[in-house]
Design a protein around this ligand. Structure first.
Ligand code: ATP
Length: 289
């Protein structure tokens, strides 16, 4: 359990995080528009940048001095793009990082590298050069180097961005598995990934927490606001222009549109069960008022 309390961050006189309070547990989805402060928060938690006041607790113990979080041993951060030492092998890269992390005993280092590679399914690729790896495999090496220190919390910043479909699914399953014995924070704009992974969600906008709760709780925020209606395919353009269409689905010759509206527009619209994306929209739009 990772708790953030009263955290503030000012960059160039601009308040990027404003009195942020979070109770982070399980697989925690951090979502919000561009510039909301998600990456900044992750960088603060992993000691890569400072803060302007606030406390960070892991299992009840405070690891902050008000300026920096000092919990490197417990918190591992995977940045958006992980690429190191392109010309050496995966094993050599991890060996080098392990030494930098202060694991000097060769046998201990070997055991830790093998165990980390096993956890990310890369043992059979240990001889490959970093440059020969796909984007998803590189990210898995990024996780393996975090696991060398056995952190209890893993932070992933837009982990599936840029991965092809199969890699994305593989990477998502790996994160799900790691969630069995780690607290994980995932920042992502890909709502399907959050839907698949997150057991708890927070929404950040302009540095403020607008929502924290379970996926079910978030869906409830859009109850009574999502409507569907079957239309003819040639009417679609007009509806897209004039209504707040969230998605469309094809049903035989008809197209069904889903729209966001505070009240039903006319009797032809039927109230629909909200999805996670609808709850997100409801919270973000409420935050506009
Ligand atoms: N080094 C910096 N100098 C100036 N402004 C910065 C710097 N780093 C972050 N910011 C500003 O802080 C705010 C939060 O940025 P941050 O990258 O944390 O947002 P984000 O939620 O991760 O966005 P995205 O979803 O686009 O990755 C933005 O307004 C950004 O412009």
């Amino acid at each position: 359990m990772l708790q953030v309390s009263g955290l503030n961050k000012i960059i160039k006189k601009h308040k990027v995080l404003k009195n942020v309070h979070l109770n982070i547990e399980g697989i925690y989805g951090l979502i919000g528009p561009n510039g909301a402060g998600k990456t900044t928060l992750m960088k603060i938690l992993s000691s890569l940048t400072s803060m302007n006041g606030g406390d960070v607790f892991i299992d009840g113990k405070n690891y902050s001095n008000g300026r920096y979080v000092k919990a490197n041993k417990y918190i591992g951060y995977l940045p958006q793009d992980f690429m190191i030492y392109p010309k050496i092998s995966v094993y050599e890269a991890l060996d080098h990082i392990a030494i930098l992390k202060g694991i000097m005993d060769k046998k201990i280092r070997q055991d830790k590298i093998v165990s980390s590679l096993e956890q990310v399914n890369l043992l059979e690729h240990q001889e490959k050069k970093m440059i020969e790896l796909s984007g998803g495999m590189r990210k898995r090496v990024g996780i393996a180097q975090l696991l060398l220190e056995e952190p209890s919390c893993l932070l992933f910043d837009e982990p599936t961005a840029g991965l092809d479909i199969e890699e994305r699914i593989r990477f998502r399953n790996l994160m799900k598995r790691l969630g069995n014995n780690h607290t994980i924070i995932i920042s992502s704009h890909i709502i399907e990934d959050i839907e698949f992974l997150a057991t708890k969600i927070s929404i950040l906008k302009k540095g403020e927490v607008l929502f924290e709760g379970t996926p079910e709780h978030l869906k409830k925020k859009a109850e009574g606001k999502i409507w569907t209606k079957p239309i003819q395919i040639d009417e679609l353009n007009e509806f897209i222009l004039n209504q707040d269409v969230i998605s469309i689905s094809e049903e035989q010759k008809n197209v069904k549109i889903r729209i966001f509206s505070e009240d039903g527009i006319d009797d032809n619209y039927k109230l629909a069960t909200p999805k996670l994306v609808d709850g997100y929209l409801a919270v973000i739009r409420e935050g506009h008022k």
